[in-house]
Structures are given as structure tokens and as C-alpha cells.
Design a protein around this ligand. Structure first.
Ligand SMILES: *[C@@H]1O[C@H](CO)[C@@H](O)[C@H](O)[C@H]1NC(C)=O
Ligand SMILES: *[C@@H]1O[C@H](CO)[C@@H](O)[C@H](O)[C@H]1NC(C)=O
Length: 438
């Protein structure tokens, strides 16, 4: 041991003037050797720790928490250089003054149409979807194929996964987020209430947390719902009306979303625009919506339930065609101001908006069935029923003057014209032409 020359690196330290320099006994040198060994060991552990940390954090592939909604447990594979390259390529802006948008719920009905429209005008689009089985996932897969042809890549994952969202913002500096992912449907909440909390509350908060920390912070446009008007009887529904009597858990979580949006706008300077959609319909639509399953059931000769309100009033909806909704979404993105809290410090008030996107002409559900009968050339088996008290409201009618003024929103498709396009798509899609375009 003793012949191990104390060639300690400490010797290389420029000599310190003073007493200590004189103290070069064997003991001190050996002591120094030991302490340098300890230092070396210490740093080795730190280094090893960093390597382990890196591997445990690397999301490639990442096992993710299972879906607590109770429908299906699944894990998503994301991460890796090829995956990042695809994401970056999909989100690349191709037009001058184009925007780069993360679209959540991209394999959904509205998500598919908005993603396509953005991509076609040269914006960068990256989709995100968990492909859950709330309705037939094969329809979502078909939409995905349709989107891939347009050049939109959909990342498979959950909005409540913060590691994934952080990764997405690390890979792409999104200027905008179009947040359409949600648990939809008013009656399904009776069966599976936690799925609404998971997507519409926890998922939203998670998304806003990641957005508020992103630098630069994106502007966010997101889907609220006309259902927030709940039991209101004053029509048409205006953005300034009260929205504190929801008739379903779905409506309650959307209303909560509007309040959560207010908070993130107030504290962190996130630019937030909520859109209250009124009964959106059209090609590639959702099978859980009445116009969709009425079409299916009329063709199968099954009875169609037509709800009557308790006071013998008609049940009517302000049906809004998808192309009109898409125009409203794009106008909301284009008029969204920048968030003001980039870098963690809010620099001033940020934009906070809510708009109705409806059609302003409610149609009784019995008229919807008559139009479908004519288009399908099949007589429906109408089955009159009392409107159950499980979430549906009697009437929706949008006042769209605010969206008209601020977004230039002007719906142009009436129900007859829109349903004709839907039926054409439906027949083509279900006759094996699964790739039918809208
Ligand atoms: C959302 O994710 C967090 C972890 O990021 C988890 O603790 C929470 O349980 C999740 N919420 C729901 C409702 O799934
Ligand atoms: C629609 O809303 C606007 C405010 O945005 C209001 O001035 C107008 O009176 C409303 N119209 C009707 C018919 O209620």
C-alpha cells in the first residue's frame, strides 16, 4: 500500500500559499488518497444513478397506466426515433403563416374533419387519440386510414398521460392545441361515470398543465357542449345565459371544463376558447348519435324510438352540419391570440372566449326521421316514447350572433342537404367501400 505513490490529483491544485502546504506528511497524503477514492466512488454512483434514471424515464416503449374507465385496459407504444420523426413530419407547417396544431381526439368525428381541413390548407397537424371502444373502434381506424392519406399521423395514447404530452411538446413546438378528445354521450354516463371524469376532467387538467409549462405556451381551442345549457327554457341559448343546471354528468363535466379553463387562463395566461357544439352530424359521424343509429335501424326494419316531452311538446335539436362546425373551429384557431404566460410568468391578461356553434334552426326529431325515410326510401317503424330523465334535454337552439361577429361564423347547410351527404357516405361505407370520403 505504502509504495502506492500518493500521486494525488490534489497535488495538481495550484499551491495554496500558507501553512497547509507545509503539512505533507505521509499520513495526510494517505488521508487525501482515501478521500479522493471516496469522491471517485461517490461520483461513480451519481453517474450510474443518472444512467438508470435515463433508462427508467425513456418512454420507448412505455408501459402506461391502464384505462381506468373500466372498458378496456390497454397500453400504448410511443417513443423512439422513428416515432419522433413521423410526429415531426406530420406537424411540419407547409404554408406561409401556417400554424402547428396538436389535435386531440383526432380519430373522432370532429377531430378527423378538423385535422383534414387544417392539413389541406398547409398547417402542421399531429393527432392524438386513445382509440377507446366507446363505439366501434373500426370506424376510428377507418378515419385514421383516411387521415394518413392526407398526411396526418395519429399518436396513440391518452390525454391523461403527462409523460406522453410532455414528450409531444418536446418534439414539436405547437402554436395551437385543438382539444377535441372527450368522453361523449349523455346516457352512457349512467353506465360508466368514471370515464367522464377520466377524460373530461382529469384529462383536461393534465393537458392544461402541460400547456401552461410549455415554452412557448400554445393557444387552446377546445370542445365544450351545448348541453351546458341543461334545463334552461329561454331560447335561443346565448353565451351569457346561466349554465348551472346540467341534466347529465356529461354536461356537468363540460361545464366544469369551462370553469377549469377560466382558472388556467387567469393564473397562467393560457389563451383559451371553448366551443359549445350543437348536435353535430355528417359523414364519418358517431354511431351513438340518433341520426346515425336511426339510419341503421330504419334500414334493418327495427323500430325507431321517438321521444315525446312530458308536456306533449316536441323534442327538437339544432342539428349542425360538420362542415359548418369545421369552419367555426378553424376561425377560432385563426382568431386565437397568443398565450401570455410563456416561460412561467404571466405577462398580462390572456384571451378567454366561449362561443355557440349551432345552426339556429331546431328541427323536431320526427322531422329528422321523415327526411331519413325519404333519403333511404324505406318507411320507418316509429315508436313513440316518453323522454326519459337520464340526460336528454327537450330542446336546443343556438344564438350564434357572437360567433357570427367574432369568428365570421355562418352555417350554410340545412338538415335536408346535410343528411343527404351523410346517407351517401353511410351507404358507401357500409357497402364495403370503407374508404369512402366525406
Ligand atoms: C390521471 O392520471 C394521473 C397520473 O398522471 C392519475 O393519478 C389519475 O388517477 C388519472 N385520473 C384518472 C381519472 O384516470
Ligand atoms: C343573441 O345574443 C346576443 C348577444 O350575443 C344578444 O344581443 C341578442 O339579443 C340575442 N338574440 C336573441 C334572439 O336572443
Amino acid at each position: 500500500m505504502s509504495q502506492l505513490k500518493p500521486m494525488s490529483h490534489l497535488e495538481n491544485i495550484p499551491p495554496t500559499p500558507g501553512k497547509l502546504k507545509m503539512d505533507k506528511s505521509l499520513f495526510t497524503n494517505r488521508h487525501r488518497w482515501h478521500s479522493s477514492l471516496t469522491t471517485l466512488t461517490f461520483w461513480s454512483f451519481v453517474f450510474l444513478g443518472l444512467i438508470l434514471l435515463f433508462f427508467f424515464r425513456a418512454p420507448s416503449p412505455s408501459p402506461l397506466p391502464s384505462d381506468p374507465s373500466g372498458r378496456s385496459s390497454r397500453t400504448y407504444n410511443w417513443g423512439g426515433p422513428a416515432w419522433e420523426k413521423r410526429a415531426r413530419y406530420s406537424a411540419r407547417v407547409r404554408s406561409r403563416n401556417g400554424i402547428s396544431v396538436l389535435v386531440t381526439g383526432a380519430a373522432g368525428f370532429v377531430g378527423t374533419h378538423v385535422s383534414t381541413a387544417l392539413k389541406r390548407r398547409g398547417d402542421g397537424v399531429l393527432g392524438l387519440d386513445n382509440f377507446n371502444d366507446y363505439y366501434d373502434p373500426s370506424l376510428k381506424r377507418a378515419r385514421q386510414v383516411h387521415l394518413e392519406r392526407t398526411g396526418v399521423f395519429i399518436v396513440e395514447g391518452d390525454i391523461n398521460d403527462s409523460a406522453l404530452l410532455n414528450k409531444l411538446f418536446e418534439v414539436v413546438a405547437f402554436t395551437h392545441v385543438m382539444h377535441l378528445a372527450a368522453q361523449a354521450g349523455v346516457r352512457y354516463a349512467i353506465e360508466n361515470p368514471s370515464s367522464y371524469v377520466h377524460s373530461n376532467i382529469a384529462g383536461l387538467v393534465n393537458l392544461l398543465e402541460v400547456c401552461k409549462s410549455a415554452n412557448p405556451q400554445p393557444a387552446i381551442v377546445w370542445a365544450s357542449s351545448s348541453s351546458v345549457y341543461g334545463l334552461n327554457t329561454k331560447v335561443p341559448f346565448s353565451e351569457r345565459d346561466r349554465t348551472d343546471q346540467p341534466a347529465s354528468l356529461y354536461a356537468a363535466t363540460k361545464k366544469a371544463g369551462e370553469e377549469i379553463a377560466h382558472t388556467y387562463n387567469h393564473i397562467y395566461g393560457l389563451s383559451l376558447t371553448g366551443l359549445r357544439f350543437f348536435t353535430v352530424y355528417g359523414p364519418w359521424g358517431r354511431p351513438d348519435m340518433a341520426y346515425f343509429f336511426f339510419t341503421r335501424d330504419i334500414l334493418r326494419g327495427k323500430p325507431i324510438p321517438i321521444f315525446k316531452a312530458p308536456n306533449h311538446g316536441t323534442v327538437a335539436r339544432d342539428f349542425t352540419y360538420i362542415d359548418d362546425i369545421v369552419k367555426g373551429c378553424l376561425a377560432a384557431l385563426d382568431t386565437a391570440e397568443k398565450s401570455t404566460g410563456s416561460g412561467g410568468k404571466k405577462r398580462g391578461p390572456a384571451q378567454l372566449r366561449i362561443f355557440n356553434l349551432g345552426n339556429t334552426s331546431p328541427v323536431p326529431v320526427s322531422d329528422l326521421v321523415s327526411i331519413l325515410e325519404r333519403l333511404l326510401k324505406v318507411r320507418a317503424k316509429r315508436h313513440s316514447m316518453k323522454l326519459p330523465r337520464n340526460g336528454d334535454v327537450q330542446f336546443t337552439h343556438a344564438n350564434i350572433s357572437l360567433a357570427q361577429r367574432e369568428l365570421g361564423y355562418k352555417p350554410t347547410t340545412d338538415l335536408q342537404t346535410g343528411l343527404k351527404k351523410f346517407v351517401r357516405w353511410y351507404l358507401s361505407y357500409h357497402s364495403g367501400g370503407k374508404m369512402a370520403t366525406g
